[in-house]
Design a protein around this ligand. Structure first.
Ligand SMILES: [Zn+2]
Length: 236
C-alpha cells in the first residue's frame, strides 16, 4: 500500500503470513524497482523508460535488448554490428554473417539442440562436433585451407596465376608474410574473434578491400561447400 505523509509518502507492505526466506529477495527487488516512483495528481501518460525523452526509438529498444542479452551471457561485449551491417554485401550474405556471429546458423549441434535426431559431428572430418569455430577455422580441412590462403606458397600463386594474370601482383603482395594472421586463425576462440582481430592492410584501394573481405569469402565458400557436402553428398 502507498502510505501518504507530509514528505511525500512511501510503500508500506503488509502480508497475511510470514514471508519465506526465498521470497525476501523478491520483495527487495520489487521495492527497489518501485522505490523511485512517486505519485502525483497529474494525469497519467505513457512513458518509454529506455530513452531519455520518454518516447520510443528503435535504437533504445535495440540497446535494451542487447544489454539484457549480454548481461544474461555474463559479458558486456557488444555485438560487432559494423562487421555485418557496415559491409557492402547483398542482404542475404549480411544476414548469414549476422547469424554466424550470433552462433545461430544451422550447424549440426544447433539442429540437435532444436530436436533433430542427427549426428552432431563435423561433416568434413567426422571427429569433432560441428561448432562454428570448428567448421570455419579449426577443422583440419579448414586449417589446411587457411594455411594455403595465407601463405605465399607457389601452389597457391600458381592457381591465381592461371586464373587471372592481372591480379597476380596484388595476390603476391597480399599473401606474403601472413604468419601472424595465420596464428590468429589458430588462436581464435570464436569466429567473431578472428573477424574482429583481422589485421588492416594498407596499400591501394583494391588490395585493402580484397584483404578486408578475404575471411568473409573464406567463410561463405566454406558454408556453401559444407551444404553441398551435406545435402548433395559431394566429396570433400
Ligand atoms: Zn571437422
Amino acid at each position: 500500500m502507498w502510505d501518504d505523509n507530509e514528505e511525500g509518502g512511501h510503500w508500506q507492505f503488509q502480508f497475511r503470513r510470514n514471508l519465506r526466506d526465498w521470497e525476501i529477495p523478491m520483495i527487495d527487488a520489487l521495492t527497489d524497482r518501485i522505490g523511485d516512483f512517486s505519485f502525483s495528481e497529474n494525469e497519467d501518460s505513457w512513458l518509454w523508460v529506455w530513452s531519455k525523452k520518454g518516447s520510443f526509438t528503435v535504437r533504445s529498444m535495440y540497446k535494451f535488448l542487447t544489454d539484457e542479452k549480454f548481461d544474461r551471457l555474463g559479458s558486456r561485449q557488444v555485438f560487432p554490428s559494423s562487421l555485418v551491417w557496415g559491409t557492402d554485401f547483398p542482404m542475404n550474405i549480411k544476414c548469414f554473417f549476422w547469424s554466424l556471429f550470433l552462433g545461430k546458423i544451422l550447424t549440426r549441434p544447433n539442429l540437435v539442440h532444436k530436436g533433430f535426431d542427427i549426428s552432431s559431428l563435423c561433416p568434413f572430418c567426422n571427429l569433432l562436433p560441428e561448432s562454428t569455430v570448428h567448421l570455419f577455422l579449426h577443422c583440419l580441412l579448414m586449417l589446411e585451407s587457411w594455411t594455403d590462403l595465407l601463405s605465399s606458397n607457389q601452389q597457391t600463386l600458381l592457381k591465381v596465376y592461371e586464373a587471372d594474370t592481372v591480379v597476380l601482383e596484388l595476390w603476391t603482395d597480399l599473401l606474403s608474410s601472413n604468419q601472424q594472421t595465420l596464428l590468429k586463425v589458430y588462436e581464435a576462440d570464436t569466429v567473431v574473434d578472428l573477424f574482429s582481430n583481422w589485421p588492416v592492410k594498407s596499400g591501394n584501394d583494391l588490395m585493402v578491400r580484397v584483404w578486408k573481405y578475404l575471411p568473409y569469402a573464406a567463410a561463405w565458400v566454406t558454408w556453401k561447400h559444407r551444404n553441398n557436402k551435406v545435402f548433395n553428398k559431394a566429396l570433400a
